[in-house]
Design a binder for this molecule. Sequence first.
Ligand code: SF4
Ligand code: SF4
Length: 311
Amino acid sequence: MILKLKENLTTKIRHVIQFIMFLIINFGIIEYIFSLDLIDYSILIKILPILNSPRNHLSYGAGFLEYIFFSLTEGTFPFFLVGLLLLILLFSNRFFCGWICPVGAIQDALIGIPTKNKKRVSKETQEFLIKLKTFILILLTIMTVPLAYTFTTNSEFYENYRENLGYMGEKPLGYFSLSEFIFYFLPNLIQEIVKKANFEPLFKDFLTFFIFAFYIIIIIISIWYPRAYCRYLCPFGAFAAQIGRYSFLKLTRSPVRCVGRAQCGKCEKICPKQVRVLDEPFEFFTGKGECNLCMKCMEVCDYMAIELTFG
Ligand code: SF4
Ligand code: SF4
């Protein structure tokens, strides 16, 4: 019973932190609720580019990775930001994904919608699908590097290429961002539909309808398949997974206390990222960088075999 209370406590604390961070990061909601004008603090927001969607006019590029890509399109390599991001990931692993990211919080809320049971994909499917986000990240990098290189060396090519890329030349991560969909695309679409009092804006072009349908499907899927977007599509998740596997902060499993899959296996069943905890080494594990340190596996372990470790 004492253990059960402890279990609930970690998740409750995490959800409270997620909720607070959701409000802070999406300051528009705070502005609306408290009738504030946070535009005055826009200079702060530019320095800490963690807001909303890539199209947010204050942050210019939203999250760390969006800002890095945005800088590349402008011919600048953001050494400071890249260094800072690497340090954050090395020291805190994917704590951001599990405890702070608003899109992660929304997906966690979707997990809370009652269903008969949550579903899992097969090991092979999981291994194939998690590569999707890395593929997206590599494609975006290949697409953006010529912009960064030609900004100063070949302005004619730069202008033409950027024009041909359209919106992706401005904000490369935009179309791949669930954050952009939820906090920019959808509210604007709804606003247009309400204004026109018909659904014409939804069908105005193929891309609009495709983006709408695609992300609605992803959101619905996330009710049964926890953190589907994080697992398979998020470009930040792809980058964080590559660095997170070398992080100082990770989980460890005691070979003495753990009774194994045949007798228990609760940690694997609860994991929203479908990390195969019991196939990971005892000394430390990050699920190849997929673990977002939500601590659910620690919580459910009746033998207290899983611990957080640093070093
Ligand atoms: S929940 Fe704990 S005891 Fe059970 S398999 Fe996982 S680590 Fe081992
Ligand atoms: S391995 Fe544990 S801490 Fe990591 S995502 Fe899965 S349940 Fe959460």
